[in-house]
Structure formats: C-alpha cells, structure tokens
Design a protein around this ligand. Sequence first.
Ligand code: F6P
Length: 362
Amino acid sequence: MKKIGVLTGGGDAPGLNAVIRAVVKTACNDYNCRVLGIRNGYDGFIEPEGLFPLGQDEVRGILPRGGTILGTANRGNPFARKVTRNGVEFVEDTSDEVVAAIQKLGLDALIVIGGDGTLRISQELYQKGVPVVGVPKTIDNDISGTEVTFGFDTALNTATEAIDKLHTTAESHHRVMVLELMGRDAGFIALHAGVAGGADIILIPEIPFRYERVAEKVRRRQQFGRNFSIIAVSEGAKPLDGEQIFRRVGDAVYVPRLGGISLKVGEYIERVTGSETRVTVLGHLQRGGSPTPFDRWLATRYGSAAVRLAAAGGFGRMVALRNAQIIDIPLSESVSEIKRVNLDGDAVRTARSIGISFGDDY
Ligand code: F6P
C-alpha cells in the first residue's frame, strides 16, 4: 500500500478529525504510506484544488476539534450531482468521472468516513471498482451492523445537558418544556438523552404517538402535584394518524429536511392542558463542539482499523463496533437498512418501567 485517500461525506459529526488523524498516523507509522486528503466529499475528485497531501503535520492538534478539516457535503452524490451549464441547472450522473479520477490517481484504497447516504454511494462505487473502506459516522447512531457510530456520544451529552437546563425553567415556572432533538428515522438521541435527563415523555420515530396520550401524561403529573413536564421529541417523530413534518422536501440532490413536530406538540399541550408550554429546537448544536473522550477513543480506533483493513485488501467493507471490539462487515450489509431503536430491547423497556410515556397506547 503506497497511497491512500481519505474523505468525509454527509453531515459533520464530532470525531471526524480524530478519525482522519488516526488514518494518517497509522498509514505513516505502520505502512510508510502516503495519504491524500479529498475535500468536500466526492466533490473533491472533480473540483479544482480538491486534493492535497495529508501528512503528520497537517493532522497535528486536530484531535479535540469538532467538524472536519477536509470539509464535507451532504449533496455530494456523484450519481446525482447538480451541475450548472450556460446558466441552466442539471442533475447528472458523474460517477464514471469520479471512478476515472480515482483510477488516475492510483489510489490503493479510499477511506470513506460517512453516514448511511455516503456509505450507500461508496458501496455503489465499490461495485464500479473503487477500493473503498468505510467508517461509520453519524450523531443519529442509525447505521446497521455497528453498535455505535462516533459522534453519537457527544450529541447525547449536548442533548442531556439541554434537558438538565430546561428542567430549571420547567420547575421554577411550572411549565411544559418541549425539546426537539435530531433523529430522522431513528430515535436514539431522544431516547438516550430523555432517559439520562429524566424526561417525562419521549417521542421517537419508531413509536407513532397519540397527542391525547401525551396530554394525559402531562395531566396525570399535574394531578400528583408535578406542575411541570419535560418532553423530548425526535425531529422524525410522527402521530399515529399523521406524517413526519418537513421544512423542506427532498429531491434527487438534497435529502428532505425535517423539523417542526415539537411546535405541533407544544401547541396541542398548551391548548388542551392549559399548561404554559415552551419549545426549544436544539438543532445543529448537537453536531458541534469537541468530541467526548468516548468519541475520540472510538474514532481513533475506527481510523486505525480502517487502514489495517485497507492493507489487508478488505475493500467494500466497513469497520464496526461489536461487543466492545472493532470488527469489519460488508458495506452491503450495513447499508441494506438503517438501524432503529429496538422496541423489545431493554432501553425502551427501562424507560417504560421508570414511568416515561412514549405517547402510545401501551
Ligand atoms: O444525519 C445527521 C443529521 O444531523 C440528522 O439528524 C438531521 O436530520 C440532518 O443531519 C440535518 O442535516 P442538515 O445539516 O443538512 O440540516
């Protein structure tokens, strides 16, 4: 292995820089191999100034830094790329161009750090001959085949701290505080932060809720003299007889942007229970900041293991965490479906046992 590339794709997540650093250090120290940084996801292969050498000097001091020194793009799909010609926008399949650019560079491996979208694209590029190795990233923790993605723990800390802070106002003002958290189709952040922060109601995409059940829980608490409630809501939560709420619909280039369910829940609760209600949308604060020690540790192990996997010729595969060990699995297995909260698992069971409502008929 003489030359490998590394790129980050999709939304940023705390720990991306820690992976990049580990990739570079492992490649240099163990394999005397050069590393090429690719800017802004797959776009870097076809845009000017999109490639640059990444040595130990370039990764010095980045371990505690959020974001990615490579830049990223969550519309960087080579199979559906937005291009403008003569002032007119087109969506084009530029994957052959990307494959040709990778072949011309003579990369022995391409390490791709990304979420489900980027990994799916990488699996398709692997089928076209690109020697891809994947590293699972997302604050949502929704990638199949791995117990945890890096970035999740940091987001969880931010979300839990937000619930702790909302408790203060909730108790002092006798209010209902609704907190909207990220989580498109998987409710891990809301579930884990809700339990860790002592929320009273948790609404997640996996358990469609009824507005009346949410109001009932608030009223029951009032009857017992608890004049405040905390509701943690995933952005992707939806009522049993309704749909997810989007701020922007998706298309071939952009993924749909969720957001707004917390306002609906807040309005309903205030109207039906008479409790003063406030809504907070935590948004991208969950993706920012310095990674927690756990995320730095996991990201470093993933980055190092990805280089070893590349050296062993494990293309079309992804590093993953299982039973506290780093293993590798086929990318095809991980992208076949997203990971969701297990409704029969102990996490949901525990939440119910300690009196948390999911707004369902349970
Ligand atoms: O997938 C990670 C994530 O943070 C989701 O939880 C969220 O829906 C989405 O990205 C937001 O993306 P953007 O930064 O494009 O608004």
